[in-house]
Design a protein around this ligand. Structure first.
Ligand code: ATP
Ligand code: MG
Length: 395
């Protein structure tokens, strides 16, 4: 091999290696070597071990106008021959066939793709017309097969790593959740136990007002426990998709007002401003949608204390959009992508309690309505949650 070939290969190798996306890397690989090895189509077949079939993982047409996918059928026989023999397979047209039949007389060359030391795919080149494949072509094709297999392996590793990252994150969240939840359960239990023990003390006589105050605290803390347990059950049901929804036409603007009134009786300090457009009804579960709004109100109270909450509704033809905007501290951008995950809470000093289930529940409910929920936030400016739901299609 001479130095110029070597430096050319080196250059190609670098180019291919730099491409992040495996399909673009394959494009570069095949295009760069096409001067020395001419073909019209190239297809990668990968074995699907479960379905026991060959899937087209990549296809590209280089010449002669035909679509790569349509031509991929040419290579399927060759690909299965490669997989069963684990060797290079070549199918040349019969000698002496007519030049005008060129498009029905492909030269096919199949190379085994060895992924994780097992032949589990085939790289098939198709060429219409031209001379027979030479030794040099075989060498180049085998080099490309080797390279393509490495790229596919890299893709599989990347996918596996992404999956592992998400599982690890979920496990960390579950760990945090156990400590959060024990704290969350203990706090109300502590109150209930403390105040009921005080009331039961034989040696102390509490006046009526104090008794009422203690009983009120016990009552509220018991409610808090119930809510917590309901949230946990709800999120488990939502995750296992066993929660039942009862859909009927719902007037979102009226519903959000009702929830706001209810929230205000418990939290008169929350100032709510409405910018409501009249909306077409949506097909929804009113109870579940109220739950979504309740969590958004509760978050505003907890994480943007003292701020006014502005609620807007907008009709977008076939969809309706709601927005809940506070003027709180905002959420750093890095944390925004995780907000709707189960158990996720923005890390940092914590004074407010919570389990990180609220927004997860919101998202699952909105998704069950074929809608979407998202957040925009700017530090020291505020946070806005948006919800979009499809309008009732039967009306
Ligand atoms: P739960 O709702 O289960 O009681 P939570 O409020 O901590 O607990 P989510 O409602 O899922 O859980 O919210 C997740 C996190 O998002 C919160 O812990 C908080 O850090 C952040 N967050 C939510 N809403 C706001 C907001 N309006 N402003 C700033 N941060 C917010
Ligand atoms: Mg919440």
């Amino acid at each position: 091999m001479d130095i110029s070939t070597l430096s050319f290969l080196h250059h190609v190798f670098k180019e291919v290696q730099h491409k992040q996306d495996w399909k673009t890397a394959l494009d570069t690989l095949f295009v760069s070597l096409r001067d020395s090895f001419v073909f019209d189509n190239v297809v990668i077949y990968l074995e699907d071990p479960r379905a026991k079939s060959l899937d087209i993982a990549y296809a590209r047409a280089m010449g002669r106008g035909k679509a790569a996918e349509a031509d991929a059928a040419w290579g399927e026989r060759v690909a299965s021959d490669v997989l069963s023999s684990k060797k290079m397979v070549m199918k040349e047209p019969r000698r002496g066939s007519h030049e005008q039949n060129r498009m029905t007389q492909p030269h096919l060359l199949g190379m085994p793709l060895s992924i994780a030391s097992k032949v589990s795919g085939a790289l098939v080149f198709v060429r219409f017309g031209g001379p027979e494949y030479s030794d040099l072509h075989f060498q180049i094709a085998s080099l490309q097969a080797f390279w393509a297999a490495a790229l596919i392996e890299r893709r599989e590793l990347q996918e596996a790593r992404a999956e592992l990252d998400s599982v690890q994150r979920q496990m960390r969240l579950q760990d945090d959740f156990v400590s959060t939840i024990s704290h969350e359960l203990r706090t109300p239990l502590g109150f209930i136990k403390g105040y009921s023990t005080s009331l039961l003390r034989q040696d102390t006589k509490w006046d009526d007002a104090t008794q009422r105050e203690f009983l009120n605290i016990i009552d509220e803390e018991a409610d808090r426990l119930t809510r917590l347990i309901e949230d946990m059950l709800e999120s488990a049901r939502l995750q296992s998709k066993t929660l039942q929804f009862k859909f009927s036409p719902v007037r979102i603007d009226a519903l959000v007002r009702d929830v706001a009134t209810r929230v205000n009786t418990h939290h008169p300090e929350l100032k709510i401003e409405f910018h409501l457009e009249t909306l077409p009804p949506v097909l929804g579960d009113g109870v579940r949608l109220s739950q979504v709004f309740e969590n958004l109100f509760s978050n505003a109270i907890k994480y943007a204390p003292g701020s006014r909450l502005t609620i807007g509704t907008k009709s977008l033809g076939k969809r309706v959009r709601l927005s809940f905007a506070d003027k709180g501290e905002g959420i750093p951008e890095d944390f925004l992508p995780f907000l709707f995950e189960r158990f996720y809470r923005v890390p940092g000093e914590r004074t407010v309690t919570g389990t990180g289930l609220g927004l997860y529940i919101c998202k699952q409910i909105v998704m069950a309505h074929h809608g979407k929920i998202w957040v925009e936030s700017e530090l020291d400016v505020g946070t806005t949650f948006f919800i979009e739901l499809p309008a009732d299609p039967t009306l």
